[in-house]
Each structure stands twice: as structure tokens, then as C-alpha cells.
Ligand binder design. Structure first.
Ligand code: ADP
Ligand code: MG
Length: 251
């Protein structure tokens, strides 16, 4: 069964059609790719799936439930989490604090904390801190935990963004161009971490414009061009299709 099912989705900005009858199925435990040249509509599709941008038509189901009427945060609670093409770290905060800020349901600073015992608040923070430390170790960021996030390299910011996403304990992660602006060593590191997460059962959807990079790590992919899905299949199968070649050669 599909964990995420996008059916005949359309979206537009003013009169411009950004998504035209897009359908896509992401299966539980799958590592799925979504490629397409700049402006194909990939990021827009992520934004529609996660509720940042309204769609005009079609429907979206997650874990067997229609999510069309849910707000962004309600989709996150159900386990659907995404990164943005440009990392959104708090540059003045340390890497550790950036991770803590992403912890869901930390009530220490909310009004609700007035009704909780200080001990309860402390315990929740302790648990979140342990999770942060585990994830920073997993992502090889432990050594920069106390650095301001603004000082990280482009690749480390992407790792931090992935870490912030994992703090949400999602069922499915959607990564928007995780390799863009990342040096080759960290690209290797990032793809290993992504594959490892997937190996542990995490469902992953990755957007990438670099065909070759994505082909190395995903067994199946969709290709978008001008707001439409133009191909789907294994990387070899997709790359051999004329429509895909034309889209990439600009022919
Ligand atoms: P991709 O991620 O595949 O590069 P996008 O989804 O970002 O493509 O953009 C698809 C098209 O929609 C592009 O032509 C882009 O200029 C346009 N677009 C994206 N976001 C907006 C917006 N907020 N307002 C108007 N047009 C937009
Ligand atoms: Mg994009």
C-alpha cells in the first residue's frame, strides 16, 4: 500500500500552471527520487503535499487518510516532514540549540508549563537533549554542537536540517535538493546517512535536479517537466526514455 498517494494534483500561481495533473505513489519503506530541471515544479509539489501551498484540484492521502484539509502542523504530526531547498537554520543559535528548537511538544516555555511540575519539564528537556546528542553523533555533527549554526559549511547545514527533521520522529521525510551546494565528501556522507535511515525503515522522497547523483542511490524515480510527470521507473528505464532526454537536453 502507498504511504503517500498524490492523485491528479493541479496547482497554479496566478495564471501560471505550476502542477498539471500530477500523480505519484510513495510506498512505505521506499527510497524514491523525484527529478526534473529547474522550474519543473518539484518544490511546488512538496509544498502542496505538506500544505504550504493550496492545490487547485486532485487529492492527497497519507497513511490511508485524506490530508487535503489539514494544516501544515497537522500533517507534520501525522509524520510527514520536509526540508526546504535553502536551509532554514537559526544562524546565531548553536547547532545543539537548533536541534532542541525542533523538538516537538517541549512545553518548558509554553503557558502549559505553569501546570506542569518543574521536574516534568526537566525530564522532557532531558529526553529531547539525549535525542539531540544521538542524532548529532549519527550525523557526524557532535564536534560542532556548540558552534553557531551560521558558521557551518553548506553541507553541514544540510546535515543539521536533516537532524532537525528527524527530531520530529517522522514516518516519511521529504528532502528538497539535499546535495545542492554540498562538497563531494559531504555528499557521500549525506547519501550514506539517507540510505542508512532508509535501511532502518524510514520512507524517503528526494528531490534532485542532478540525474546522475540521484540515480546512484534510488531504485525508482519520477521525472517532472513543465509541471507534469513525464516518466517513472528505475533510473535505467527512465534515462532511456526520449521524453526525459529531450527535457534534459532542452530539445
Ligand atoms: P523546481 O523545484 O522543480 O525547480 P518550482 O516548483 O520551484 O520548480 O517552480 C515551478 C514553477 O513555478 C517555476 O516556473 C517557478 O518560477 C514557479 N513558482 C514557484 N513558486 C512560485 C511562487 N511562489 N509564485 C509564483 N511562481 C512560482
Ligand atoms: Mg526546487
Amino acid at each position: 500500500m502507498a504511504l503517500l498517494s498524490v492523485k491528479n494534483v493541479g496547482a497554479s500561481f496566478g495564471g501560471f500552471i505550476a502542477l498539471d495533473d500530477v500523480s505519484l505513489q510513495l510506498h512505505e519503506g521506499e527510497l524514491l527520487g523525484l527529478i526534473g530541471t529547474n522550474g519543473a515544479g518539484k518544490s511546488t509539489l512538496f509544498s502542496v503535499i505538506t500544505g504550504y501551498i493550496p492545490k487547485r484540484s486532485g487529492s492527497i492521502e497519507f497513511a490511508g487518510e485524506g490530508i487535503d484539509n489539514l494544516a501544515v502542523h497537522a500533517r507534520v504530526w501525522r509524520g510527514l516532514a520536509r526540508t526546504f531547498q535553502v536551509p532554514r537554520e537559526f544562524s546565531q543559535l548553536s547547532v545543539f540549540d537548533n536541534m532542541m528548537a525542533a523538538a516537538p511538544g517541549l512545553r518548558g516555555e509554553g503557558l502549559l508549563s505553569l501546570f506542569l511540575s518543574p521536574r516534568q519539564v526537566a525530564r522532557e528537556e532531558q529526553q529531547a537533549a539525549e535525542r539531540v546528542n544521538d542524532l548529532l553523533t549519527f550525523l557526524n555533527l557532535a564536534k560542532v554542537a556548540r558552534e553557531p549554526a551560521g558558521k557551518l559549511s553548506g553541507g553541514q547545514k544540510k546535515l543539521l536540517e536533516l537532524g532537525r527533521l528527524l527530531m520530529l520522529e517522522p514516518r516519511c521525510i521529504m528532502l528538497d535538493e539535499p546535495f545542492a551546494g554540498v562538497n563531494p565528501v559531504l555528499i557521500e556522507e549525506l547519501s550514506l546517512r539517507i540510505q542508512e535511515l532508509n535501511g532502518r525503515g524510514m520512507t524517503v522522497l528526494i528531490i534532485e535536479h542532478n540525474l546522475e547523483e540521484l540515480s546512484r542511490i534510488v531504485p525508482r524515480m519520477y521525472v517532472m517537466d513543465s509541471g507534469k510527470v513525464i516518466a517513472e521507473g528505475t533510473p535505467d528505464n527512465v534515462l532511456s526514455q526520449d521524453l526525459v532526454r529531450e527535457a534534459y537536453m532542452g530539445g
